[in-house]
Design a protein around this ligand. Structure first.
Ligand code: AMP
Ligand code: ZN
Length: 122
């Protein structure tokens, strides 16, 4: 745990968040400033600064984290099927737009009424 890290504190329940998923290794919670109808953040509970810092020994938990993303997306409002879906974003570093230096996947989805190819609203 990094003591000054917001997402470590959220993962340790020291700062409240709207948690949508939790297990021993990972937590997903709602983004406080959503940029889509569904906007979740998926984080490892242990502190890793960004994708830039991952190494060969990280592939197992990274694989599990990646595998969790669609499950969490579809359990929390992203529409199924090819007309639904979601966006997975990992901002990395300053020029990558990363503001919080704890690795996180943005999971973005939900209705896009302006996109005529998208799933109809529920
Ligand atoms: P990034 O720019 O990729 O580092 O994204 C950081 C994200 O964290 C932004 O989308 C923020 O809205 C979000 N955020 C910041 N503080 C909180 C918080 N306390 N709870 C939930 N999301 C947060
Ligand atoms: Zn952290």
């Amino acid at each position: 745990m990094s003591h000054d890290c917001l997402f470590c504190k959220i993962a340790q329940h020291q700062i409240p968040s709207t948690i949508v998923y939790e297990d021993d290794e990972f937590m997903a919670f709602k983004d406080i400033n959503p940029a889509a109808p569904v906007h979740l953040l998926l984080v490892p509970k242990h502190h890793v600064e960004s994708l830039a810092g991952v190494e060969a020994g990280d592939t197992d938990w990274l694989g599990r984290m990646l595998r969790l993303a669609p499950q969490i997306a579809y359990d929390n409002g992203c529409n199924p099927g090819s007309a639904g879906g979601f966006r997975l974003v990992a901002n990395t570093g300053i020029e990558g737009g990363q503001e919080i230096a704890h690795l996180h996947f943005h999971i973005l989805g939900g209705a896009r009424p302006w996109d005529k190819r998208a799933a109809p609203a529920a």
